[in-house]
Design a protein around this ligand. Sequence first.
Ligand SMILES: Cc1ncc(COP(=O)(O)O)c(C=O)c1O
Length: 359
Amino acid sequence: MLVLPDHGSNPQYTYKAMDIRMPDQIVDLSANINPHGPPAVLKKIWKDLLDEIITYPDPHSAALRRSIARKEEIEAEAILIGNGGAELIHLIGRWLSHSNVLIIHPTFSEYEKACQINDCTIHHFILKENDWDLDVNQLKATLPKMDAVFICNPTNPTGVLYSASKLEEIIIEANNKNCYVIVDEAFYDFPLEEVTIAPLVKKYTNLMVLRSMTKMFSIPGIRLGFLMAGETVVKELETYQVHWSVNGIAQKVGETLLEEKDFIRHTQCMVKREREELFAFFDECQFDYSPSQTNFYLLRDPELNGQTELFRFLLENGIVSRHTLNFKGLDGRWLRFAVKGEKEHEKLMDALTEWKSRP
Ligand SMILES: Cc1ncc(COP(=O)(O)O)c(C=O)c1O
């Protein structure tokens, strides 16, 4: 049986699982990371960061918390810094232990994993394929039975973005039913028109908003994310966190990157331009794709059901996409690709053209 890695990135494991020799040159489109790489300022401060490794880091990341609080216009006590968004998801899973949790699929697999290992009863809300629209009334009807619901916005892996008003409607109803809403905004800063509900944490104590600094700033190796929520929730989650979990380099890097507004704008424009060019090509060559508004999208050849054959063809041609076999509601019928730069997309389009013209 084919067992592929649970996440994108680390393409050597995908090649190994598929029993294909990894070419010397590959285009890795399996991880949704900014193709610009980290902002130039990071290279500039890199040497100074060495000072951070000779002392224990601030266990409360106080300076970074204050900087985020200023930017988001919320209290520093309403923020928890994490060793990547992934750590925060797992802290939430532990905090929710033995609860009834609703997960909206297809979505990032760590929510389910974090809840599963903490003996939650997991309920699945599967969105209709092709538009993945969120039917608020249908969702509201499930809330009385739930203690928490996870929503990813924009959603990994479809790239679909829900409006703040739609989410607020869900949060209000959930609040009335004593249900927490966890909104993962790991990719909120890639669409040209950012949608965030972070300011609502001041209004609704049942809301938690999660952010990752990994994606926009291309620093998955540093591990940095943060959570915005009511002060009581933040305090409780912090009690589960390993002391010194967020290292000193990550804290300093975070403070510096919060200032990088031009870098973000530049990335947003590039992503929009590249995505639109690709989608025009997909229309022309008759590939189906998800209505993404962010830096990744789903793609399928409508002539196939499962896409393993296309996945293999692309790997053999040095292009790594992300399989969707472990996304509930997709089950391998799509492949996910990150939006990257012009050179990478030329290679992708060449390979897809060759795929369509094979006998
Ligand atoms: C939707 C989503 N949330 C959170 C994360 C975790 O990101 P990190 O732990 O790198 O901050 C990821 C990583 O792929 C993700 O896709």
